[in-house]
Structures are given as structure tokens and as C-alpha cells.
Design a protein. Structure first.
Length: 52
């Protein structure tokens, strides 16, 4: 995810801990982010080009 978004893995973890990006722990340590969570985040952060 971090590579795709061109940011650090720590930044992604910070977004999760701030509840900006939904994720879950798998096996107690691995952080998993679903495609639906990525879409929801992008939709929430998208600015309408027609707004002024």
C-alpha cells in the first residue's frame, strides 16, 4: 500500500491508528487493509472538481 501511494509504511500505520483508514490485524501482527477500505478512504478524501 505504501509503495503504491508513494509514502512510508509508518504513514499508513499512522492513518490506521488515527482511524482514517480501516484495517484489521491478521494473526495478531499482520495489518490487512481491504480493497473496500481503500475505496472508502479515497471517496472520503476526493474533492469534487465542480466545488469552489
Amino acid at each position: 500500500m505504501a509503495e503504491q501511494w508513494r509514502c512510508s509504511a509508518q504513514h499508513i500505520r499512522n492513518m490506521i491508528w488515527r482511524c482514517e483508514l480501516q484495517a484489521f490485524l491478521h494473526g495478531g501482527m499482520l495489518i490487512r487493509i481491504t480493497p473496500a477500505a481503500v475505496i472508502a478512504y479515497k471517496e472520503a478524501k476526493t474533492v469534487d472538481a465542480t466545488c469552489q
